[in-house]
Design a protein around this ligand. Sequence first.
Ligand code: IPM
Ligand code: MG
Length: 353
Amino acid sequence: MEALIALLPGDGIGPDVTNSAREVLDAVARKFDHKFHFDEQLIGGIAIDQTGDPLPAATIDCCNSADAVFLGAVGGPKWSDPNATVRPEQGLLKLRATLNVFANLRPVKIYPELVGASPLRPEILAGVDLIVVRELTGGIYFGKKSRDADSASDLCVYTVAEIERIVRMAAKLAGERRGRLCSVDKANVLETSRLWRDVTNRLMRDEFSAIELETLLVDAAAMHLLSRPSDFDVIVTENMFGDILTDEASMLTGSLGMLPSASLGDSSKGLYEPIHGSAPDIAGLGIANPCAAIASAALLLRHSLGLEREAVAVEKAIERAITNGARTADIVARGESQISTSEMTAEIIGGLG
Ligand code: IPM
Ligand code: MG
């Protein structure tokens, strides 16, 4: 097949890992006889530096005409003045809203060889295979903001339709997996959470009665994620809770550098990004872990291009590299040797078969 992929490397280690993802996609194209065209555009801090805008019009145009969008990372100390009116993260949030990718899928899978990299005990990690479905275009991230001399406010709003579409997507996913959905809210305090819970209960009763529904308050969920992570199948939650819980969940795998994400909407066009940030402290050193980015490329192949066989080949190649002992700095254990971003990428490409 032929596809156009928008590449938005962004800041920090974003360009390093985007380059790895692109090399893997190129290798997939060669091996499976596809033609992938890449169009590289600016986003984030580098876009502010070059154009004054964290999401320039040229980037939006490119993403609109592409079949899928791949993003590295945005942000860094250079642009992190809290009083700045233009910030790199605005580019990412606007892109998510523009593409209307309301569902952010963050799968958490344990690589058995890496259990030692997690701060949790191995017996707690056995059998962990969960996916967080984070609502991505609503809630407190997108509500009206205001600030005056001695107060500030961020409005959190959810509509019934926004809750229905994300819970529906999560419930469908649960139906394709182990049939269990956990909805996370803060219904003992927040009105938006009470609406979330009402809508979820109704929808699950009316449309997904075969799916087992569990409801947790977010503080308890944060604890259960560490005490009994293997009990979870699909977790669905609002934007900010999902942001926080997925950073926490990444510690099950031992490193943020292993976790991919796919942001999807109603069409096949998706936005794919590793869940890690721009890691400015290691930017340009060539030591970033490209696995999260490469696994995100696998999700791109699956969800936007419909290339399941190719997606599985990439995922298997990552597993193979890990099994063979390939370790970047973030997952290396004492006594193991450490490899670079490009060596890890080559190892994964070699394992594509
Ligand atoms: C993420 C990031 C972003 C978010 C930031 C960079 C705006 O933390 O994708 O999880 O909070 O959504
Ligand atoms: Mg985050």
